[in-house]
Design a protein around this ligand. Structure first.
Ligand SMILES: [Zn+2]
Length: 263
């Protein structure tokens, strides 16, 4: 069954996804018209739209017009509501793909009727979409020479080609508090100790299933020593002289903008 918590009776529109990318026309997400798919037992619905993968479209023999645009590119232009919907959709489809079999007994799973869950018809084990908590932190200090406000920005190897500087971030480890995770990540990646750590806000980020938890903190002590296998560079930048930073729509950009507004 294609039943989910937000199912509508016979939706005829569908969003189409290819991994993290959404079918668009001229850069704008484009819902296609489809027949009633309620007889299919592997199709999710969300806010009155079916969620289909490119693979499913191919198996239905449908032709598509348009282009697939990565979510991380679309967030700069989408409304908050659309951003939330597509983030949810991408994570549901990822979960669908990676949880096809029961983790206890190996039987093929089924989509639950009344919630986003997959149920084993053999042993009744329920599994739910996995969310991975990830901390991200904007660290500030005063420029020791000029007393101008500065922010710590790092160039990760994965963004080195774009010469983009972002914030320190990392996954929360099992058994760890969010605060401990921030202190540990900052020390591991930069060699610095921080103080006055405060939580600000969060963002669901479907790469692949992250819940980004955004913090601000102040530099306390230590000498910058970037972790070589993670970072190509890390520096404190004056707020009026920032390098290339992440796009609008990302929590990294939101935290950097908030720091700039406050100083
Ligand atoms: Zn089972």
């Amino acid at each position: 069954m294609s039943t989910t918590p937000t199912q509508t009776p016979n939706p005829t529109l569908a969003w189409v996804f290819d991994g993290d990318s959404v079918l668009c026309q001229e850069g704008v997400p484009h819902a296609i018209t489809v027949d009633d798919l309620s007889c299919h037992d592997d199709v999710f619905t969300l806010s009155g739209h079916y969620l289909l993968t490119f693979t499913q479209i191919q198996s239905l023999g449908m032709a598509l017009v348009g282009e697939f645009v990565p979510y991380r590119q679309l967030v700069a232009t989408l409304t908050a509501d659309m951003t939330c919907q597509f983030s949810t959709a991408i994570q549901l489809l990822t979960w669908q793909h990676t949880h096809r079999f029961c983790g206890v007994c190996g039987t093929p799973t089924q989509i639950a009727n009344s919630e986003y869950a997959k149920v084993c018809p053999n042993c009744r084990h329920h599994s739910y979409p996995k969310i991975q908590p990830c901390v991200i932190v904007a660290i500030t200090r005063k420029n020791p020479n000029t007393q101008k406000q500065q922010i710590l920005l790092a160039k990760h190897h994965r963004h080195a080609h774009a010469n983009m500087y972002g914030l320190i971030a990392g996954y929360v480890e099992v058994g760890e508090s969010l605060e401990n995770a921030v202190h540990r990540e900052v020390l591991e990646e930069t060699g610095l100790h921080i103080k006055n750590l405060h939580y600000l806000e969060s963002q669901a980020w479907p790469y692949p299933t992250n819940l980004m938890l955004g913090f601000v903190a102040e530099y306390e002590s230590g000498v910058l020593a970037p972790q070589a296998d993670e970072l190509a560079d890390v520096q404190f930048f004056d707020l009026d002289n920032l390098p290339h930073i992440p796009n609008i729509g990302t929590i990294a950009r939101r935290l950097i903008d908030l720091v700039c507004l406050q100083h």
